[in-house]
Design a protein. Sequence first.
Lengths: 430, 430
Amino acid sequence: MVDHVSVGLLGLGTVGSGVVRMIDSNREELQHRVGCPVYIEKILVQDIQKERLVSIKEDWLTQKPEDVLENTGIHVVIEVMGGIELAREYITLALKNKKHVITANKDLMALHGAELLQVANENGCDLFYEASVAGGIPIIRSLVDGLASDRITKIMGIVNGTTNYILTKMDKQKRNYEEVLKEAQSLGYAESDPTSDVEGIDAARKMAILSTLGFSMHIHLDDVNVSGISKVTQEDIEYARQFGYTLKLIGNAKKDNGKVEISVEPTMLPDSHPLASVNDEYNAVYVYGESVGETMFFGPGAGQLPTATSVVSDLVAVVKNMRLGVNGKNAVGPQFSKQLKEQSEIQGKFFYRLHLKDEAGAFSAITSLFALHEISLEKLIQSPVNSTGFAEVVIVTHGTNKNQNNKVYNLLKDSDVVQEIKSHYRVEGA
Amino acid sequence: MVDHVSVGLLGLGTVGSGVVRMIDSNREELQHRVGCPVYIEKILVQDIQKERLVSIKEDWLTQKPEDVLENTGIHVVIEVMGGIELAREYITLALKNKKHVITANKDLMALHGAELLQVANENGCDLFYEASVAGGIPIIRSLVDGLASDRITKIMGIVNGTTNYILTKMDKQKRNYEEVLKEAQSLGYAESDPTSDVEGIDAARKMAILSTLGFSMHIHLDDVNVSGISKVTQEDIEYARQFGYTLKLIGNAKKDNGKVEISVEPTMLPDSHPLASVNDEYNAVYVYGESVGETMFFGPGAGQLPTATSVVSDLVAVVKNMRLGVNGKNAVGPQFSKQLKEQSEIQGKFFYRLHLKDEAGAFSAITSLFALHEISLEKLIQSPVNSTGFAEVVIVTHGTNKNQNNKVYNLLKDSDVVQEIKSHYRVEGA
């Protein structure tokens, strides 16, 4: 039986330093849990001289990838360097050298997860990635093990902390998008180029990973319909509040009759929905299973130690498997082949905020357009024509399908009486 | 390698029928997940003739325990009969006959869990009990695996659906305890003898199980300080609301410097606490880990299919272990020996509602009593003397320790100016 385990790290940034700290400071608990000591052997860094925030032994650091990847003394490689191509190359090499791999890299797993899991499988190795989605929340384990016996039909997630922070501040403090984004950047909650967060790309990667597991079907990043929050205005948030909704960036994955839809988009949630009260930089994943019903997993979505917790929990699992000699034998691939819904099969309710020209009959032209396409209206607010010469009309439709809704959207856009479609969102609810 | 798995059930009540239904209706998914077919072999029932709500094969049913417990064709025994002594005897026998066991029995696990896990260990068998706490929420797995690498310092739970239903209705509909209890009984949410639920005993059993796992320390039911909700009044709930609190029955387990406190009691939670918005019959467990920070797991606490989901997820784990030949090898016993805090080491804030006699100096006698014991007051409301001749005073203290608070409580009880201590609760917060 394995009597000790040696770990190599790729990268020593924020998460890497957290992992080193946790392995060091929880040494005894870790040994009790897994039954043998766990050592750090080597850490690949770009600059050996750089000052570090965590205490490290000098001979841990190396600038040569082969000191980790080809090191016969290393059993487990932890990839916390980020990026895609180099990480993919290193992980592939580590697996081919029969090293188990733990990664926190969602970008990589969303794009090349299937391929890498295949390489792991061929080499009898574990490849675990709990930290890649929703930092400190053990959601991957919950989908794979905890709800293993159920048929999951819906996964909704607030899986990007930056956008949740921005929307929360816009809502609670009635401030506008640009102002809150700047604040988030100065606090380090948003990056200087925030595109990947605010345009929903980061959330889409996580939803691809979650829906692949939840629906047992290989979902690719390209299968996710994405729109971000950069056009959300204070007016939209106020109308949402008025209607009893909260506006959140929601990853929405649904399965009906074997076919799936996956999107990430600003969505109006009824205030009573469990996700509506998830605020600030927190993440949460709501899972609906045919048998279990509604469940939700809440926690920090990022941050050094929450993410490191998931990485080290994966390490515990790998080491337990090593002690039992069962690495790489527990992986289960997707059961079903992918079937995406047509637009006409995607049901939903929709929110419109329109500016109409000050013309007789404009309002009734709009409502008959919806009626003509068999979309009935649940809520409607018409404001009087203001000084700038247009009337604002806000509409929430009853349930319809996306195909019909798209038709109406395009007709509204081209309509003579519509000055502008100011906003258009999905509304959660039956 | 194992090419099929046969299951025996002890009991075919609500949960048992749910388990049969799930094994039957998800047959293909189950086989895909575990790699071999899973069959039901025998079900022990009290009455073979009784009509069943789930479709069963006639030769499944038996009234002889040995048909399950001594049946060499059965690999896994699922105990869903409830009760304590007989269940303990059957499970022990099953384990000694090298059968893996899954149980949903919190009463049994809270009282005899350590002993049964020991028997399982000696016989190289798995004994899993996810369904015993918080029905559909995979909380045991999350504590054992998902947060495996962290040091958990706090577990707070709404782990009894009946009391949460009652308190939610009292709060939202401003109705009194007796009325809502009766409604809950007629809806089947509360039993005809509701003692175990409303007096907090059921919740205490679950907290003993959760804190044993979370703190890696053997916590017994007797270590839990319990008080129930049967004396909660509408007045208390209204004061709570006025102060920005929600009154919930909270299981509270804390670890500081290696020593623990565990209680179940009506507690005033700040409205912003993640547990404050968990309503109706839902359960939730809030876990604080040194590294991960705040996490919360939310879902149905009971019900046929949610509980069956946890049982069948345990079955998936047992069968995977069988296929790998590693049953009974993954269990980790408590790392630490139990150390309970002294009363003087338990910190808290407290709520008092007092009726004072209409006497000069009564109010100042009370406030100086707190001051004398170095307890300062955070909130205080004094209502004028009413027609029945007493004044109501409501107090929330700042943080103090339980020893000091007990002294003040006893002095208030014996004080000449206090007509009655109407209520006294813990208040969550620093």
